[in-house]
Design a protein around this ligand. Structure first.
Ligand SMILES: C[S@@+](CC[C@H](N)C(=O)[O-])C[C@H]1O[C@@H](n2cnc3c(N)ncnc32)[C@H](O)[C@@H]1O
Length: 231
């Protein structure tokens, strides 16, 4: 394989020394897109139980801890190197019980249903297999939010360029993401573009099941209040 492609293959699943370099680089290089993505959550209220999926080196876990001081985070990645780096970077929060880092494919995660009120995915859903969005849907509680943040929008020439260089990269357009999210069961999907940069944030809410089960009312009221204020 072309050496450049070999290097970029570590975007999809970092491995070995080069993978470690890539993960540390992404912690720095993805800061602007992650900060923009996190700003898209302003106005959504606070979150307590967060899944940070495809967490890479764990820099976004730190940002989430800072943004939501009361939260606990389960960070997930299937790369051993990413898990090690995320653990190293968030050691204090792991020791205090606020963060756990799990090595798993998102699609095969074995956690209790409705474990999270927010799941985030920064620069990673491009690589996820069939079934991963349905897994996120299962792991969100009613009214919960799934937030995907992409530096690339699949409808641009830039996306086609990077697909040639990064093995495993398949950049969806906003419409494709919306269709996949709806097929996975998400009731409401909203897209935010940052046209000058080609950045994309897609927010998807799990349907609110008000009154169907005990203990869900608080979440549903919050969801309803948010929906009302958006009208
Ligand atoms: C391009 S990196 C982005 C890392 C981090 N989110 C960031 O913004 O810097 C993609 C990460 O997603 C992970 N990943 C890709 N597909 C995955 C899957 N199916 N399950 C779990 N992790 C996955 C990779 O191992 C890698 O660490």
């Amino acid at each position: 394989m072309n050496p450049l492609k070999q290097f970029f293959a570590h975007c999809a699943r970092p491995q070995g020394r080069m993978g470690r370099l890539m993960v540390r680089g992404m912690n720095v290089g993805h800061k602007p897109i992650a900060s923009w993505g996190l700003a898209q959550l302003d106005g959504e209220g606070s979150f307590q139980r967060i899944g940070e999926f495809g967490c890479g080196g764990g820099a976004n876990v730190q940002q989430l801890l800072h943004k939501y001081p009361g939260c606990c985070i389960s960070a997930v990645d299937f790369s051993e190197i990413s898990v090690q780096e995320a653990q190293r970077r968030n050691r204090a929060a792991i020791d205090s019980g606020r963060v756990q880092v799990i090595q798993s494919d998102v699609a095969a995660l074995r956690l209790a249903a409705e474990s999270f009120d927010l799941v985030t995915a920064f620069e990673t859903a491009y690589f996820w297999p069939e079934g991963a969005f349905a897994k996120v849907h299962e792991l969100l509680q009613a009214g919960g939010l799934f937030c995907i943040v992409h530096e690339l929008d699949g409808s641009t020439a830039m996306a086609r360029f990077w697909e040639r260089w990064v093995p495993g990269l398949k950049v969806p357009s906003a419409d494709e993401l919306q269709a996949r999210l709806r097929a996975a069961g998400f009731a409401r999907v909203e897209t935010i573009h940052r046209p000058r940069f080609g950045h994309l944030c897609v927010k998807a809410w799990k349907m609110c099941t008000l009154g169907m089960r005990e203990g869900k009312n608080y979440e549903c009221q919050r969801h309803q209040a948010r929906t009302r204020s958006a009208l």
